[in-house]
Design a protein around this ligand. Structure first.
Ligand code: TYM
Length: 327
């Protein structure tokens, strides 16, 4: 049985980009594969976090994982800091990757440029190695992520190949599985930039956004020059992004959506899109608040999921240590 593994960092509020590009696709393989999902909270501290907020967001994320359809009876749900094998394998893998390889990671280049010298922490630089450790510990075959994680996945594969070549078959080579639509949802205010929780609030819609605010943000979203609802990523990036959001929430194909809006303008399209997003998010939010309210249940999910994960991870770590001669 193959293993599907992925996670979301608790470094800010969840956006519809996280949902459409990643989370929404996670429950599909439940029951068909070994499915493991996690909250990489140790990745979040590569930029300064408020400790109370970080804890709260970790619980929020576990609650969102259940909200979108992950069933703790069918999937293992864990929190990274509860399984120390992640950090330990990261240190080992640090010795199978070069400074040059890490320097080429575009996420590091972008973030470190934005943050300046003060923010250029060793943890931020090393981030992709911890991510490789996360994935390789569980023999993950598939890692469902958005487009922005592709390069990190390629590095995880390179590290795994290198290790296997030196010590014999140890790690499964993971593959990124990236959805056809929604893999890169762009900012509502600027369709050349990925939608991100760290940008201006007008650029993103949170999963917890209120109905009024969703309507306002979609109304204000930038559009392209002519008034036609056509998907053309290069020529009409803003409308194409809105069409992808529509497709993600309606589960319809892009061509069905284009046909529906032939002869209609941006105003009508945006109004319908806003109502669709409001409807879907309000259903998810109602479910989320019920689950989030029960912190004792969330603690149980985290503890039992992390304990199950630790068994798998410790076994892999033992094998790795044995191969390289660590007692
Ligand atoms: P994170 O927390 O930034 O994002 C979680 C997932 O959401 C996707 N995503 C998007 N998809 C489409 N459009 C967007 N605008 C958008 N923004 C984010 C991301 O591609 C991701 O799949 N490094 C990871 C966390 C991580 C991880 C792992 C993931 C740590 N270890 C091991 C998989 C396996 C990250 O920062 O995701």
């Amino acid at each position: 049985m193959k293993t599907v593994f992925s996670g979301l960092k608790p470094s800010g509020d969840m956006t519809i980009g996280n949902y459409l590009g990643a989370m929404k696709n996670w429950p599909y393989q439940q029951g068909l594969a070994r499915t493991i999902f996690f909250v990489p909270n140790a990745h979040a501290i590569t930029v300064r976090q408020d400790p109370t907020e970080l804890k709260k967001r970790t619980y929020d994320l576990v609650a969102w994982l259940i909200t979108v359809g992950l069933d703790p009876k069918k999937s293992i749900i864990l929190v990274q800091s509860k399984v120390p094998a992640h950090a330990e394998l990261c240190w080992i893998l640090d010795n199978y990757v070069t400074m040059g390889e890490l320097s080429r990671m575009t996420e590091y280049k972008d973030k470190s440029q934005k943050l300046g010298p003060e923010g250029q922490l060793v943890g931020l630089f090393n981030y992709p190695v911890l991510m490789a450790a996360d994935i390789l510990l569980y023999d993950a075959n598939e890692v469902p992520v958005g487009e922005d994680q592709r390069q990190h996945l390629e590095l995880a594969r390179t590290i795994a190949e290198r290790f296997n070549r030196l010590y014999g078959n140890t790690f499964v080579l993971p593959k990124a599985t990236i959805p056809k639509t929604g893999a890169r949802i762009m900012g509502l205010d600027d369709p050349t930039k990925k939608m991100s929780k760290s940008d201006h609030p007008d650029s993103f819609i949170m999963l917890a956004e209120t109905a009024d605010s969703i309507r306002k943000k979609i109304k204000r979203a930038v559009t392209d020059s002519d008034n036609r609802i056509i998907y053309d990523k290069k020529g009409k990036p803003a409308v194409s992004n809105l069409i992808e959001i529509y497709a993600g929430f309606s589960d319809e194909t892009i061509s069905v959506i284009e046909k529906r809006f032939v002869g209609k303008g941006y105003g009508e399209f945006k109004a319908e899109l806003a109502e669709l997003v409001v409807e879907k998010l309000s259903q998810l939010q109602a479910e989320f608040y019920k689950i989030r309210d029960n912190e004792a249940m969330l603690d149980k999910v985290i503890d039992s999921g992390s304990a199950k994960a630790a068994e798998i991870a410790n076994e892999k770590l033992r094998e790795v240590k044995e191969k390289i001669g660590l007692l």
